[in-house]
Design a protein. Structure first.
Length: 199
């Protein structure tokens, strides 16, 4: 185990590239942890290779833009297609899971998307990990640059101004929060794998 890296898949959809930026930041955070490697897995086409990469992962971090108050339809199609993994004796049982979402409004009902992702992961018998960051930007002296400026515990949130391209949004502050989620999941996954060895 000591030479086997913890494999963190970041399974995401992005219609216009903004959530893809968030996914890249999550993956960068995960791979910044010694002993962890990240695999960015777009969900636009559900090929056998996609399912194989997810099966090989020790953790899967799910991400989608919030569309009409919930994860995008492309992500939901993936979630429904994953029933074949579920039916095969909970094929993702005991993998670590986490989630992130991005939308144009500060709230935009993003929490509903994270709840959806968490329910999805736990239906698969996965172990959900949230953020361990106190809400930022929530005191008179606080800054928009604070980690977790949107104040979510369940997963990482990002906000992208509707008139900005994916080169400019979401802002760096939300990408840092995304990276923090990736790093936390990598750390927890390494502990989980070591614990499984000891058990
Ligand atoms: C069909 C559709 C529905 C949307 N619904 C919401 C919403 O419920 N709340 C919100 O804040 N933004 C909403 N948006 C805005 C997107 O979440 C936002 O533009 C996001 O940055 C898109 O991410 P993407 O580039 O990864 O697709 C919606 C956009 C689309 C296209």
């Amino acid at each position: 185990m000591s030479n086997t890296p913890a494999r963190i898949a970041v399974a995401y959809h992005s219609g216009y590239g903004h959530t893809a930026r968030q996914a890249e930041a999550v993956a960068a955070g995960a791979s910044s942890v010694s002993g962890a490697v990240a695999d960015l897995v777009p969900l636009d086409e559900l090929t056998d290779e996609v399912w194989d990469r997810l099966a090989a992962a020790d953790a899967i971090i799910f991400g989608a833009p919030t569309y009409m108050g919930s994860p995008s339809a492309v992500f939901k199609a993936f979630a429904e297609a994953s029933v074949k993994v579920w039916a095969a004796d909970l094929g993702w049982r005991d993998k670590i899971a986490a989630g992130f979402t991005n939308s144009k409004a500060m709230s935009g009902d993003k929490l509903n998307s994270l709840v959806d992702l968490a329910v999805f992961a736990t239906q698969h018998g996965m172990i959900w990990v949230g953020l361990d960051l106190y809400p930022g930007w929530a005191e008179s002296t606080a800054s928009i640059e604070d980690l977790n400026r949107l104040g979510s515990w369940l997963g990482a949130m990002a906000q992208s101004d509707a008139d900005l391209s994916a080169e400019k949004a979401p802002p760096a502050t939300d990408l840092r929060t995304a990276a923090a989620l990736g790093a936390r999941v990598a750390t927890v996954t390494l502990r989980h794998l070591r614990g499984a060895l000891a058990a």
